[in-house]
Design a protein around this ligand. Structure first.
Ligand SMILES: C[S@@+](CC[C@H](N)C(=O)[O-])C[C@H]1O[C@@H](n2cnc3c(N)ncnc32)[C@H](O)[C@@H]1O
Length: 309
């Protein structure tokens, strides 16, 4: 079709030339004839343009199609990109510096989820979502609720993942927060006030959660070595194969002591030292380092642990 139109275009140029000669040399032919030809010419020009843009669009579509790959292929590429990010010395140095500097300004305290502060970095939130979507836990337990943002995040995921119970444990949960969280989460949420390693509390949990198989556990309470190790030993008992338990704030092991925000944990006494001891004594569990590969700011490097068998 475009070829045909091009030929017409050529004919009309010739025809126009004829008419121009007629008019200029007083050949007596009417100006109307010239006008009609010009109109026809512009009509064809318009169609040529349209066809050319169609042709360009088709070419573009073809080249786009070439680039479309299967999800499997994309995921393989994604894993390669993640390893490259993780293995880059340049990025490692930059992200350590970035964590130290942003932590001084309380970066991990600056986000919120559905109106409540969530003391997590976006990198960790995305990774938690990936784990929960993949492992489909029936029960989520969080030790250390604080302002409740993470509870609301889990509750939101429960609209897609068949999470049946969300359990939040904290030594102190303000009444007003309890009310707000209960309103938003309805009957799925159980809030327990008390020490996460309390004997009675663990007994009750074991009794009430007997019928559930798949768990996701987030340890984010007291970050001292002894407390986290105790939590790991107690809560890992709930896990089945491929279930995850996350020890938050393992980053404390990698950064200078946080003098800007004095805490009882430090470089030698922190969640990572507890994780290392736990992994050494529990061969059924493994750190999923790959989950940290694409993190730029994470509070839990090496803190993502799963049960192997
Ligand atoms: C870092 S905040 C938790 C942040 C929350 N997980 C989030 O993602 O938004 C730590 C919380 O742990 C609580 N906590 C400290 N020691 C605890 C303990 N022994 N048992 C339970 N909760 C504890 C504190 O009261 C505080 O609210």
């Amino acid at each position: 079709m475009p070829k045909l139109i091009n030929r017409f275009n050529f004919l009309f140029v010739i025809l126009q030339l004829d008419i121009w000669i007629c008019i200029n040399f007083n050949c007596g032919k009417s100006i109307l004839y010239y006008f009609i030809c010009t109109l026809i010419k512009y009509y064809f020009r318009y169609h040529i343009k349209k066809c050319n843009s169609h042709k360009k669009l088709n070419q573009l579509n073809k080249s786009m199609k070439k680039k479309i790959i299967s999800l499997n292929e994309f995921n393989q590429k994604k894993n390669r990109w993640k390893s490259k990010i993780f293995n880059s010395d340049k990025i490692r140095k930059l992200k350590k510096k970035l964590y130290i500097e942003t932590d001084k300004l309380n970066y991990s305290y600056t986000h919120s989820w559905l109106g409540e502060p969530i003391l997590q970095t976006p990198d960790d939130i995305v990774t938690q979502q990936e784990i929960i979507y993949k492992t489909k836990p029936e029960v989520i337990i969080e030790t250390g609720v604080c302002w409740g943002g993470s509870i609301l995040f889990y509750n939101m995921l429960s609209k897609i993942v068949p999470i049946k119970k969300i359990i939040g444990i904290d030594i102190f949960i303000p009444k007003t927060l309890k009310k707000r969280l209960k309103n938003k989460c309805k009957d799925k949420l159980i809030l327990i006030e008390g020490d996460s390693t309390g004997e009675d509390l663990i007994k009750k949990l074991k009794k009430n959660l007997k019928k559930y198989k798949n768990f996701y556990i987030h340890l984010d309470s007291d970050h001292r070595h002894d407390h986290v190790l105790k939590e790991l030993n107690l809560y890992s008992k709930f896990l089945n194969k491929n279930n995850y338990i996350v020890a938050d704030d393992t980053i404390v092991n990698e950064i200078p002591n946080q003098t800007h925000r004095p805490r009882p944990w430090n470089k030698n006494d922190n969640p990572m030292t507890a994780v290392n001891k736990f992994i050494k004594n529990n061969k059924n569990f493994k750190i999923d380092y790959k989950l940290n590969y694409n993190h730029l700011i994470s509070s839990s490097p090496g803190g993502y642990i799963y049960r192997k068998k």
